[in-house]
Structure formats: C-alpha cells, structure tokens
Design a protein around this ligand. Structure first.
Ligand code: PXP
Length: 246
C-alpha cells in the first residue's frame, strides 16, 4: 500500500522554548524523536522575524536527521540564500505577514509571479525541490506548474477548522479533492497541510492523490496528553486505516 508520508512540523517546540527564553525543549531533539517514532519528514519554518525556529535550529536539524527536511520559507532573497546553504530536500514557499499568528492562506502565484520565478529557478538549480503552499484553486495549480514548482501543498486550514467546530466541511473537502486530482493529473506532487487533527485527517486520507501530510500544531499539542510517540503513531494508524478502505 502506498501510504502518504507524514511530515511533522516542529515550529511549536521552538515556540515553547522561546516563551521562557530557555534552551529547552530543543527542536533538534524533537526532530530526532519524531524520526525515531516514525515521522517520514521534518518541516520547519524559519520566519523572517525568527519568532520560533532560529537559523541555528535549522542547521542543527539538518545535520542530525536522516529523514528529509521540508524547509518552509517566505519568498525573500535572504531565505533563498539560507535554503541553498542548508540544502534541504524541499523548500515550501509560503506567504508571510508579520502580524499573523500562523500562515493564514496560500500564496497568490498570479500576484507574485515576478517575485517567485527567479527564486524558484535559483532553488531548483541547486537540486532542491520546490513546493508552493496554495489554496485549493485550479488556477493557482496551473500557475504553479507553469512557474516550475515540483509540489503543491494545499491549505487545509478552513476545512479543518470546520471539522473541529462540528460544522459542515463538505464544500471545502470537495474543493481540496478536486484540486488534488487536478494537481496530480498535470504532474505535480500533492501535499496537504495546516490545521490537521485526528478527526480531519480521516476524510483527507481518502484522497488518494495525497503524497504527504504536513502536521504540526495538533501533534505537538496532543503530545502533552499522550506523548509525541503516540501522537505520531495514531496519525499513522488513522491514515493507514482509511487507505485500507479505499
Ligand atoms: N504546512 C504549511 C505550509 C504551514 O505553514 C504550516 C504551519 O506552519 C503547516 C503545514 C502545519 O500546520 P499546523 O501546525 O496547523 O499543523
């Protein structure tokens, strides 16, 4: 069975560390534990304001893990230089606003084409895969392909928010599913991320085009109650169970 990979976003470990200005909990230790407990990849977002992950964290993580690093970054020259320097498996380009609590939406490729194109070319020239974090829209997916992306990660935030609040998320689900099918058809690797929980991953796992989930906040939150190992294990079990029924 070809299961989607589980990438664990460890930004929230850094947030916890920074809240007290101490050197614990360590994002590197978290990345190594995720690897040990079955994560297929690590995701870390080096924000321009360095509010959680720091430059040294990214360097230490990539030096120590054996699984792929998905380096999330804003489309800036500074981040492109850092990416080339650390050489992750993939760069996931996300829009970034200083005032937001978390990434609020996908990047608008149409509006940012001139900004993105030279950066994507430079990253790809260095043999790093390029992923674009976008909303579930055929227009954005088409543009992602045209501009040279290898992967699109579809923003699942609104669907997951509805599921968490016991609202009807069927429209959002259909939109994500259609986007996934279209991306796959035109040869883009399909990832999903943002706000995913044990409940929301169930339906999302039924989309057979999904190659990777990137999940952070819920895994780290749930670790408080059941531990990181069980949190990762449970996600993997749910994904496997849903795939079995396809
Ligand atoms: N994917 C992308 C592109 C993100 O920006 C984030 C949040 O940092 C995630 C996945 C993970 O989202 P969450 O922490 O809500 O699981």
């Amino acid at each position: 069975m070809n299961l989607p990979r589980l990438g664990v976003n460890i930004d929230h470990v850094a947030t916890l560390r920074n809240a007290r200005g101490e050197n614990y909990p360590s994002p590197v230790q978290a990345a190594l534990s995720c690897e040990k407990y079955g994560a297929d990849g690590i995701t870390a977002h080096l924000r321009e304001d360095r509010r959680h992950i720091r430059d040294t964290d990214v360097r230490d993580i990539i030096k120590n893990i054996k699984i792929p690093l998905n380096f999330e970054m804003a489309p800036t020259n500074e981040m492109v230089e850092i990416a080339i320097n650390i050489n992750p498996n993939a760069c996931c380009i996300v829009p970034e606003k200083r005032e937001e609590v978390t990434t609020e939406g996908g990047i608008d490729i149409k509006k940012n084409q001139d900004l993105l194109l030279p950066k994507i070319e430079k990253i790809k020239k260095n043999n790093i895969l390029v992923s674009l974090f976008i909303d579930a829209s055929a227009e954005q997916i088409k543009l992602a392909k045209e501009i040279g992306a290898d992967i699109v990660e579809i923003h699942t935030g609104e669907y997951c928010r509805k599921i968490n609040n016991l609202e009807d998320g069927q429209n959002e689900f259909e939109r994500i599913k259609e986007a996934a099918i279209f991306a796959d058809e035109i040869g883009l690797e399909l990832h999903l991320g943002h706000g995913i929980t044990f409940d929301s991953v169930k339906e999302l796992s039924k989309i057979k085009e999904v190659k990777e989930f990137n999940i952070g906040h819920f895994i780290i939150s749930e670790s408080v109650f059941i531990g990181l190992q069980n949190s990762i294990k449970k996600f993997k079990e749910i994904i496997q169970e849903e795939r079995k029924n396809l």
